[in-house]
Write a protein that binds this ligand. Structure first.
Ligand code: F1P
Length: 390
């Protein structure tokens, strides 16, 4: 496969950043974003010989409800998988932040109606996820699947089956290739569960397509992200793409210390649009099923002065005309197989904006790779939530 060599992102000539750029700032993140097609190929190869992967289909069922538990990007990733699986399997698939699981474990499980729980943690060290896993391990009748990039995670001891993808881990603090590799892992699992040969073929083709796509589009997004200064960022999407919008907002906040919000696209008219101004960049993440309706909002916010970036499979003409930047994925394959690729534009945008602000997106302010809480209050028993008066 042709490799794309990442070009170092620079503030465009004639538009110096107010702050001096950090030397080599964002270099790891950029390399990791570009390494995604290769990481996906490796993921497919490793899963084909993995001892744990076939166990999943033996021990878990696509006919029973699923609950996903995670924090941060892993939580938004969980929501994306749950939305796709619910659609494909026609069973309840929901996701909860690990903190909710700990504050109200029985309530969370009952509401999800699930006896099979997936715990996702790139680092395998996030205290809330590990505590949730321990609590579930002590409970009869619940099977757990742990997904991590850390082979030595404590999840291995707590979960019924644990699958680790160390090759997808990042040096950078922010999740990029681990996010998309795990997304693809679950797309492959879905193809196995449903015996969907078409989905499997589309997944096999994805790395080569993504490499070509990066070659054409990465620089366009870089130029766009570094060409103007914005005060506010909004990410919009419907259905599964709503959760991708949440992840886009988190990427923007993490990599560029910017204020970013996410909404369902059509919810934007119901109040949030009061933020739209020349100081706002609004990114549309169009879903195949709702692209026509969502596109009508692009000229509306354009009239309010906002800048717009539109990302979609085939972008309707109305959005292409009104959008400041249109980024097409141009896939004929099922949407589930493209979601990993659809996740890349928001990674590139967050990185470009962070660099324009003179920051180092590899090392976001105030953050650590995993949120590890004080062990003094680290009993595996979850704190019980005080009952409100409802
Ligand atoms: C989850 C996470 C990251 C985030 C952060 C802290 O980690 O919330 O998404 O970027 O800096 O941790 P993990 O449980 O998936 O390792």
């Amino acid at each position: 496969m042709k490799k794309n060599s990442p070009k170092i992102l620079k503030t465009p000539a004639g538009q110096p950043s107010k702050r001096r750029a950090v030397r080599n700032g964002g270099a790891s993140t950029l390399q990791e974003i570009f390494s995604q097609p290769e990481t996906w190929t490796q993921t497919a190869q490793r899963l084909a010989t993995s001892a744990a992967f076939p166990k999943i289909a033996q021990l878990f069922s696509s006919r029973e409800p699923w609950l996903f538990v995670a924090c941060g990007s892993s939580y938004y990733l969980s929501q994306m998988i749950a939305a796709q699986w619910a659609n494909l399997f026609r069973v309840s698939c929901t996701a909860a932040p690990a903190s909710e699981m700990l504050f109200a474990p029985e309530e969370t499980l009952t509401r999800a109606g699930a006896k099979q729980v997936v715990l996702i943690s790139r680092s395998g060290k996030t205290t809330e996820v590990l505590r949730a896993a321990k609590w579930l391990a002590a409970r009869d009748g619940t099977r757990t699947l742990g997904i991590t990039c850390n082979e030595h995670s404590d999840l291995v001891d707590s979960c019924t089956v644990t699958l680790s993808l160390p090759w997808a881990d990042e040096k950078s603090l922010v999740m990029t290739r681990s996010f998309t590799a795990i997304l693809l892992l679950f797309a492959r699992l879905a193809a196995d569960f449903t015996q969907d040969a078409g989905l499997a073929v589309a997944l096999n083709r994805l790395p080569a397509k993504a490499a070509a796509w990066l070659g054409v589009n990465a620089d366009r997004i870089r130029t766009f992200g570094t060409s103007r200064t914005f005060g506010d960022f909004v990410f919009l999407g419907q259905q599964t793409h709503y959760w991708l919008a949440q992840e886009g907002a988190l990427k923007m906040t993490e990599m560029s210390s910017s204020y970013a919000q996410a909404y369902h696209t059509l919810e934007f008219r119901h109040g949030p649009k009061s933020i739209a101004s020349p100081d706002t960049l609004i990114t549309f993440l169009l879903s195949d099923a709702t692209a026509e309706e969502e596109s009508l909002l692009v000229p509306e916010v354009k009239k309010l002065g906002a800048a717009t970036m539109v990302i979609g499979n085939q972008i309707p003409a109305v959005a292409r005309r009104a959008g400041d930047l249109a980024v097409e994925l141009e896939f004929a394959e099922p949407e589930f197989s493209q979601l990993a690729l659809a996740s890349i534009p928001v990674q590139l945008l967050g990185l470009a904006v962070g660099l324009r602000k003179g920051l180092n997106p590899d090392r976001p302010k105030n953050l650590t790779r995993a949120v590890v809480l004080d062990s003094d209050n680290g009993s595996s028993a979850p704190p019980s939530r005080k009952r409100s008066t409802d």
